[in-house]
Design a protein around this ligand. Structure first.
Ligand code: NAD
Length: 513
């Protein structure tokens, strides 16, 4: 069945046909062109075969380099973690009454188009930023420090350029001479200052945007629309970012083609599931040293993220309860051996609550009131909206910073709730992230960028395209090389029988993995 027949029914998204040159390397078979019917109207002819094969070998080199750096990275994160624990032991444990959170602020001084090389001194720290400080050095904002890399470039803003050898990626990038503006513990004001510093540069114009959440895209649309005139396309990773692109599309403001990576199989099945499965335990252990065996854990939401968390917790013999609103996911949870319950039915007995819904206000003050002493509360889902942390910022509750990303919220009767990462994503804030899974995601993004860059002018319309299944398969095939994996090839008879192309896509686009 031609993919376009199926994808024609996709709401608001055109189907992006795969690039003709992307063949899974494990098959070693020649690439076949896709059926002319499926390509005639929608698919731009990819004219840059040479550059794609060059890109393919570059991707392979990137994967090898990522793998080689993995052990160094793990070593360095262990060192960093030990140093952070040491700092936490030495830091005075102050008790603070938390004030109501400040609204995100515009930074006081606007940068000029040449302002990237001068540091802004307009700081606006929230109380949350102070609580996030891990060491004395961290208390000095990178925005207040002037630093040079070993080539003398000052065109970056990170925590400490001298730590380039310790495996922090953003520091390595700055040392390579690439302008990078990012550090752990940014306030919202810092965050937008960093975005602005990247784009507000004299004589610079982007031709592609790679975004995760749509903030960069939105910032350019709002502040510097002139930068969009030569954009070849946008690649977006997240649900929120794709939603924002659809809004632009509906109002006719989308500046070029966009590829929605979020709905790719690779993103959903690897980034959401394996990323969280690999990192949930690490996040819990690093912050609390909790023993999970026999603990009662409530996981809210049984989508890909929830499934990954539940699988990891089950592996350590935790007793897992799940809340769900969707009967299909709920049935999956039951069939996987988890107890489906409502939040208020189990809230008084669980030891740990983990939100994974992508929704807002899932755990409210009324739930926190009923939790037992010592209950750990954290979020693996969307941003910091799932737990109503603001409702805990009231005068009768005392917040005590125990260590980085761990707050004790103390009730007047002495009850303690352990809040991790202030309700932000636990794994992104507190754990190492599985670099192999990151590599899968990054490869997907890079392929999407290459596809847009190489597409002939007017090849793609100003529309939002779904990442094609064949490219998903290509990314997976590249990563299979890390295992001693041998992919089976279809015989000609089998090809005819199941009606697929010998070199993929191997499934119709409606197939659910
Ligand atoms: P999903 O849509 O597959 O799963 C979310 C599930 O939560 C759905 O099954 C939905 O029915 C359920 N749900 C919604 N509201 C609920 C409620 N009030 N109570 C109980 N269940 C509810 O999404 P996903 O892929 O699992 O992603 C979930 C969130 O995690 C998203 O916001 C996503 O951006 C984020 N995410 C986090 C990471 C990470 O590294 N921590 C990685 C990928 C995605």
């Amino acid at each position: 069945m031609a993919d376009t027949e199926v994808d024609g029914s996709l709401k608001n998204s055109s189907h992006l046909e795969p690039s003709t040159l992307l063949t899974p390397p494990c098959n070693g078979a020649e690439t076949e062109n896709l059926s002319p019917e499926s390509s005639a109207n929608e698919r731009p002819v990819n004219s840059a075969s040479g550059s794609l094969s060059a890109a393919r070998s570059q991707l392979l080199r990137m994967l090898e380099a990522a793998e080689a750096r993995r052990s160094a990275y793990l070593l360095s994160t262990e060192e960093a973690s030990a140093a952070s624990d040491e700092a936490a032991r030495e830091a005075p444990r102050t008790e603070t009454q938390i004030q109501a959170p400040k609204q995100p602020q515009e930074f006081n001084e606007r940068l000029t188009r040449t302002g990237r090389r001068s540091l802004s001194h307009s700081l606006s720290h929230s109380s949350g930023d102070k609580r996030s400080s891990e060491s004395l050095e961290d208390e000095v904002s990178p925005r207040n420090k002037e630093q040079k890399n070993s080539d003398g470039s000052k065109d970056f803003c990170i925590k400490n350029i001298h730590q380039a050898a310790f495996g922090r990626r953003e520091i390595e990038i700055a040392e390579l001479g690439v302008p990078v503006f990012a550090w752990k513990g940014e306030s919202e004001d810092d965050y937008f200052w960093c975005i602005d510093s990247c784009v507000n540069v004299e004589g610079w114009e982007p031709n592609l945007i790679l975004d995760d959440g749509g903030d960069m895209t939105h910032w350019i649309y709002k502040k510097y629309p002139q930068l969009l005139k030569n954009i070849k396309g946008i690649v977006e990773e997240s649900v929120t970012g794709v939603h924002r692109l659809h809004q632009l599309y509906k109002t006719g403001k989308l500046c070029g083609p966009a590829i929605n990576v979020n709905e790719s199989v690779i993103k959903q099945k690897f980034d959401n599931f394996y990323f969280c499965k690999e990192s949930i335990l690490d996040g819990l252990k690093r912050t609390t040293d909790v023993t999970l065996s026999g603990k009662q854990v409530l996981v809210c939401g049984y989508g890909e993220v929830g499934k990954g968390c539940c699988a990891a917790l089950k592996g350590l013999r935790a007793i897992v309860y799940v809340t769900e609103v969707d009967p299909i996911c709920a049935l999956q949870a039951c069939m996987d051996g988890f107890q489906l319950a409502r939040l208020n039915e189990v809230i008084e007995m669980v030891d740990i609550v983990i939100t994974c819904t992508g929704n807002i206000n899932v755990v409210l003050r009324e739930h926190l009131e009923h939790m037992k002493n010592g209950c750990i509360v954290c979020n693996m889902g969307h941003s910091n909206t799932e737990i109503d942390v603001t409702s805990l910022m009231t005068p009768e509750l005392t917040w005590r910073r125990i260590r980085a990303h761990v707050d004790h919220i103390i009730w007047p009767d002495g009850k303690i709730i352990v809040l991790l990462a202030e309700g932000r994503l636990l794994n992104l804030s507190c754990s190492t992230v599985p670099v192999y899974v990151l590599s899968i995601t990054a490869t997907t993004q890079v392929l999407a960028l290459i596809e847009l860059f190489n597409a002939p002018e007017r090849g793609y319309k100003q529309d939002i395209y779904v990442f094609p299944r064949k490219m998903d398969e290509f990314v997976a095939a590249l990563h299979l090389q890390n295992f001693d994996a041998h992919l089976t090839e279809l015989t000609d008879e089998q090809v005819k029988y199941i009606g697929v192309n010998k070199n993929g896509p191997f499934k119709p686009s409606y197939y659910r993995y």
